[in-house]
Structure formats: structure tokens, C-alpha cells
Design a binder for this molecule. Structure first.
Ligand code: CDP
Ligand code: MG
Length: 666
């Protein structure tokens, strides 16, 4: 084995064998000739990793131009960038880079840039014509993410001013005509000819897919998590080689499944191959994700427990078995309560088919659906686009900032329901981002749009100077923007709890987060041991420091005084209130729409009275008394809606900081 190490690992199948390779010339010709190219192909056919390289080689990056490839998910942007950098044998961040919110790994030499669709939309604020890009590829367009839908509308406008811009829309499923018709739309001559006309062409690359045997349950199961674990062991003891991919809905479920699998491993025969359970979800750091993509060690079978990420946006080799829970967490916005949740929802047929396909990439495979065939038949054909079930306040704020004032007349691929637009306008007005003519206010509205934070949090940060708690609010904004856990999970939940309690502040989770951060920067930053003792995740905490610095730079650019001394003139204006009260008031000024009142039974009720909320067990408000609270994080598990980052406030503050909002309701 020793001398094997001098070989370059053969983990890459030669790119020339990928299905896309045979279409290289056709693709380059089409992109050269037409402004819009719709690229359809199965997952794994090479769309994301190969096309940008073809374009780069063909000269689309001459004159310093850049190729942009958007992804709906952060994980996809980072893993794919890493892969392409490896293939091009360059360092990540040089010729090939990625950019996701709060993490820019690109440089002046970057020619191929992977980024989230939301981030490209944000770039349009600074550079409305997206002029640095020669080609923009909207990848995974079939997912119909909110930002990618809006981007398509924006690109349609940009294209008219930049005829030389090339747009590639890539999709794993067959909605090609819809996309092309969208771009051809108002060009009547073209539309009359044939869909597309001189606007663009559809190129379809047939991926090689092996047959996948579908197995259904004969009776519905009570608990798909247990059933999934049982299926893993059945596969392991009765089937041949190949890794297993389980589709679950979120991090908690994934961690539970991994624990359950680990618990049962000792029951396996000593000589049997080993099981290697691995998580894959968006909150993991890049390093944590990498194990998933590496081949399993000898005599090991990887069991990847993943969210929908593994459905189309990332490709994992070696999967022969898929276990499909039949559920996915989707955004769902309730316009009456104003609460947006991630709710476990049955998948669509298109989605289930796509999941099954993951088992047949390299050889024939099997897919175990943890539901009955009758249940499959009842599933919707396709998932409802995100734009029709989301809180549109962030989107509308951005569109306004892009100069698109008449939202109702914006060219949406699928228009959102009017009610969602109205509620978003109301909220933005109450936050002070829009005036009574629905125009962006200056400077508050424009600054809110520019900050890479959701509007309610942006409002907190921008009003923090008047409360004299800017430094503190910067920290809270950074800590709540972290995607990922600041604590290590630990075998002993007790020890973990005790460690957490050390940072607890009575008034709530936000002040607790502030406490954690301050302890980290004074003690933990140079002392990994200290972090371990306190169960703090060093990586996540360091990320919080970096996010805080970035937010701070935004404010500096706005000309806001961010000197960290706490006795500036603003503090005097805030009238000698204790710091924790200033922070709680400041949080209310942004999160008034996320207020809830505690009931006698310890649950919370939204202001409209319609939604029952529970304090999440990880929240400080779990099992504690409060009257009114505001919350920044909502999560749904099973039947219950949980609020997680929760802080006590006074009822009077709600009316004080949002008189219009609460007048409208009463
Ligand atoms: O975009 P599409 O789904 O068409 O395919 P791709 O992501 O470009 O993947 C092409 C090939 O690269 C697949 O066969 C994967 O095996 C490989 N790949 C990989 O091994 N690791 C990655 N992070 C990405 C792709
Ligand atoms: Mg792809």
C-alpha cells in the first residue's frame, strides 16, 4: 500500500466519460449563438461541474469576465466549487471560487464563481446589470427556490440592456419549455414562430441511469425513523455492496437516526462489514461534510442520513440503496399569524422519483419508500414554488432596492398570491422600510435592503445606535445569523446542560447569546480547551466573530459610528436605561411582528391568537415564566411549532415601537 500513496487518487471518473461530454460542441455553439440556453439533464450528468469549465476554456472569461453559477443551497455552492477547483488543479478561491452569505472565497483571479442565488440577487444591488459576468448559469432551476425565481425575472430585464450576456438555465427535470417560454414571452415575433425563436434553445443531455427497483410498504408505518433504521440493518445483512442514502427532513432527525444506528451496531456479527453513519445537512461545516463524499474505507458501508440536499444539488458516488421517508421540510408562511415555518411536508412525485434515481447512478439499485404505493399515488405531481408559500418581505425589499417599484407588474415565472404581497408590504411599512406610497425610505429602507440580514433583524441593527446598544446588537445579529450549532452535542446531555446554564441570562436567549460571545472573545478564542470545557463549537464561534466583523463593515460603509466604546452620545440619548433593557427594547423595535404571549399552561400564543407556540427545549424560556416575548427563530418538529431564540419584553413596547402594526390588527 505504501507506494500507492505516490499515485494521484483515482477518485475522479474521467470527465470525458460524463454524459455532457458528447454535447460539448453543441452546447458551446448554442451558447455562442443564442442569449438563453436551457440545459436539461439527470443529476450526475456533469451540468454543474463541466459546463463552466467548457465555457472557461472557450474564452468566456477573456477580458477579465467571470462565469457565475448559482445554487439554491450554500452546501452545494461550496462542495461543487471545491470539486471544480480540484479538477482544474487550482487552489479554491483562485481561478475557481465560491461566495455565500458571510463567506467569500474568491479573488481578483477568479474566473468561475459558484454562489447562492440569493447572493447574486444581492450583487445586483451594487451592479444592476451584473456586468462582471459573461455567462450566468441558474443551476437547479427546477427547484424553484424563491431567489432563483426572482433572479430569472431580473435576468430577463438585464438581458434587454445587455444583449451579449449569456444565460444558462439548468434543470434536472423537464420544465424546459416553461423556462424558454418565459424568456421568449413578450417578444411577440419569436413567440409566434416557435417557443424560443431567436431567444434560445433547449439542450437535453440524456444521463445514463440504471434501473432502480422500487419497494413500498404494504401498510403505512407509525414511525419512519425507526423504520428507516430497521431497513438499514435489513439491507446490510441481506444485500450486496453499496452505500445507503436516507432522506430525512432535518438536522434533529438526522442526529437521532445516527444515534439509533450507532446503538444497534454492536448487534451485528463481528465479522460483518462495518456501518459508517454520516450526516449531511446544510448547517454542517465544509470539513464535516467532506466525509460524506469520500469513498468508504474498506469493509465499511456508508449510511448517509441527508436532507433534501442530496436529492439533486450534490452528487454522492457509490449509492446503491435509497431509503425515502417521503417527507421534506418546506417553507410555509402563514399570512395571518405572520409566521414562517419549515414544516415537514409530503414530497411530490417528481421529488420521490428524483430521490429514487440517486440509487441508480453507477449500477442498478434499490429504493425503499417508507410509505405505501397508494400514498405515492396521492402525492402532488410537483412541489409548489417557494415564491407562493414564503414571507415575501425580504424579496420585496430587494426588488424595491433594484428599482422595481410595481411589484404586481414584475415578471414572475409564477406570480405570488396577492395576499402574500400585501402582508409583506404591511410589514415593511411597519418596520419603516417603506413610506405610505410604498417607496423605499432613505436611509433606513435602502440600508435594510443592503444589509445581508432579514428585514426584522436589519431593523434591529440599524436602530441599535438610538438605543445605545450597537456593539451588543452586532453580536446578537452575528450569533443569530450563524447557521449551525454553537454547542457541541455531547454524550452526556446533563453535562452539556450544566455547561450551557453557565451562560444563561434570565431575560432570554438573545442576552444569553451575547454572554456566550463575550466569554468566547475574552477567554475561548485562544484557548481550545476552554471551548471544550464549555461545550462550545470553536469553528462556529469563530464564524460568529467573522460575521460580526462583516456586519460592522457594512455599518461603517453607511457612515454609522461603530466605535465600540459604550459611552458615546447615543447612550446618553437612550436615557440611562440598563443595558439589558435597551437591548430588549431594540429587539422589540425589529421583531414586534414576532411577539407572543404566554398562556397559563406555559405555551405561547401569537398576537392574533391563532397559533400555539412552544418554547423549544434548548431555549432559556423553556419551563420559565414570562408575559410577553419576541422571538427570532421558529422551528417545527412533529406537530408542534417551537420558538427558539426568545426574549422577554413588555407589552407596552410593542405599541410604542409599532403603533401602525398593532392598530391594523386590533
Ligand atoms: O450537475 P449535474 O448533476 O449534472 O452533475 P455534476 O454535479 O456536474 O456531477 C458530475 C460528476 O461529478 C458526477 O458523476 C459526480 O460523480 C462527480 N462529482 C463528485 O464526485 N463530487 C462532487 N462534489 C461533484 C461531482
Ligand atoms: Mg448539478
Amino acid at each position: 500500500m505504501a507506494d500507492m500513496e505516490s499515485f494521484i487518487p483515482a477518485l475522479h471518473k474521467p470527465a470525458s466519460l460524463l454524459p455532457i461530454a458528447r454535447h460539448k460542441d453543441a452546447l458551446l455553439y448554442t451558447i455562442e449563438t443564442f442569449p438563453v440556453t436551457i440545459l436539461i439533464g439527470q443529476t450526475g450528468s456533469g451540468k454543474t461541474t463541466q459546463l463552466p469549465q467548457y465555457l472557461e476554456q472557450a474564452g468566456w472569461c477573456n477580458d477579465g469576465k467571470v462565469i457565475a453559477v448559482t445554487q439554491p443551497r450554500r452546501v452545494a455552492a461550496t462542495t461543487v466549487a471545491k470539486r471544480v477547483a480540484e479538477e482544474m488543479r487550482c487552489q479554491l478561491g483562485q481561478e475557481v471560487g465560491y461566495s455565500i452569505r458571510f463567506e467569500d472565497v474568491t479573488s481578483a483571479t477568479t474566473r468561475i464563481k459558484f454562489l447562492t442565488d440569493g447572493l447574486l440577487l444581492r450583487e445586483a444591488l451594487v451592479d444592476p446589470l451584473l456586468s462582471r459576468y459573461s455567462v450566468i448559469m441558474i443551476d437547479e432551476a427546477h427547484e424553484r427556490s424563491l431567489s432563483s425565481d426572482v433572479l430569472l425575472g431580473v435576468l430577463k430585464k438585464v438581458r434587454k440592456r445587455r444583449p451579449e450576456l449569456r444565460i444558462v438555465v439548468s434543470s434536472a427535470t423537464l420544465q424546459a419549455e416553461d423556462f424558454l417560454r418565459f424568456f421568449a414571452g413578450d417578444n411577440e415575433v419569436d413567440a409566434a414562430a416557435e417557443a424560443g425563436g431567436s431567444i434560445g434553445r433547449i439542450i437535453s443531455i440524456e444521463g445514463r441511469a440504471f434501473p432502480v427497483d422500487i419497494h413500498y410498504l404494504s401498510d403505512p408505518c407509525e414511525n419512519y425513523l425507526e423504520r428507516a433504521v430497521k431497513t438499514v440493518f435489513d439491507i446490510h445483512t441481506t444485500e450486496g455492496e453499496g452505500d445507503v442514502l436516507i432522506f430525512l427532513t432535518g438536522r434533529e432527525e438526522i442526529e437521532t437516526a445516527i444515534d439509533m444506528i450507532a446503538d444497534r451496531i454492536p448487534s451485528l456479527h463481528q465479522d460483518a462489514d462495518k456501518l459508517l453513519p454520516l450526516p449531511l445537512y446544510a448547517g454542517l461545516t465544509t470539513e464535516q461534510q467532506m466525509y460524506v463524499f469520500e469513498p468508504a474505507p474498506e469493509n465499511h458501508r456508508k449510511i448517509i442520513c441527508a436532507t433534501n440536499i442530496a436529492e439533486a444539488s450534490v452528487t454522492i458516488d457509490g449509492i446503491a440503496f435509497v431509503i425515502d421517508s417521503g417527507f421534506v421540510k418546506l417553507r410555509a408562511y402563514n399570512p395571518t399569524s405572520g409566521i414562517e415555518t419549515l414544516t415537514a411536508t409530503p414530497v411530490s412525485k417528481a421529488s420521490a422519483t428524483q430521490r429514487a434515481g440517486r440509487a441508480g447512478r453507477t449500477k442498478a439499485g434499490k429504493c425503499y419508500r417508507l410509505y405505501t404505493e397508494a400514498a405515492f399515488d396521492r402525492l402532488a405531481e410537483a412541489t409548489v414554488p417557494e415564491i407562493q408559500r414564503s414571507n415575501l418581505a425580504p424579496t420585496i425589499l430587494q426588488l424595491k432596492a433594484l428599482g422595481i417599484d410595481n411589484i404586481a407588474r414584475f415578471d414572475f415565472l409564477t406570480p405570488p398570491p396577492a395576499e402574500l404581497i400585501i402582508r409583506a408590504l404591511e410589514l415593511l411599512y411597519s418596520l419603516g422600510a417603506l413610506d405610505e406610497y410604498a417607496k423605499l425610505t432613505k436611509p433606513l429602507g435602502t440600508r435594510m435592503a443592503e444589509l445581508a440580514l432579514e428585514p426584522m433583524l436589519a431593523k434591529c441593527l440599524l436602530s441599535a445606535p438610538s438605543f445605545g446598544c450597537l456593539s451588543e446588537m452586532l453580536t446578537i445579529a452575528a450569533m443569530t445569523s450563524l447557521q449551525g450549532n454553537i454547542y457541541f452535542s455531547h454524550d452526556s446531555k446533563k453535562a452539556e446542560e450544566t455547561a450551557r446554564r453557565k451562560f444563561a441570562v434570565e431575560e432570554g436567549d438573545h442576552l444569553t447569546l451575547l454572554n456566550v460571545y463575550q466569554a468566547f472573545v475574552t477567554k475561548g478564542r485562544k484557548d481550545a480547551k476552554w471551548c471544550q470545557q464549555h461545550y462550545l463549537n470553536f469553528k462556529s464561534m469563530s464564524r460568529a466573530v467573522s460575521i460580526r466583523n462583516q456586519l460592522r463593515r457594512y455599518l461603517e460603509r453607511f457612515g454609522i459610528d461603530v466605535s465600540e466604546s459604550l459611552t458615546g452620545p447615543d447612550v446618553l440619548r437612550a436615557g440611562g436605561l440598563p443595558m439589558q433593557e435597551r437591548i430588549r427594547r431594540c429587539l422589540t423595535s425589529g421583531y414586534f411582528a414576532h411577539a407572543a404571549m404566554m398562556q397559563a399552561d406555559g405555551t405561547f400564543r401569537t398576537v392574533d391568537g391563532g397559533t400555539v407556540l412552544h418554547a423549544h427545549p434548548s431555549s432559556l424560556m423553556f419551563n420559565r415564566k414570562a408575559d410577553w416575548v419576541v422571538f427570532t427563530e421558529v422551528m417545527e418538529t412533529g406537530e408542534k411549532t417551537y420558538i427558539r431564540d426568545v426574549t422577554r419584553v413588555e407589552k407596552g413596547w410593542l405599541v410604542e415601537y409599532a403603533p401602525e402594526f398593532y392598530r391594523v390588527r386590533s
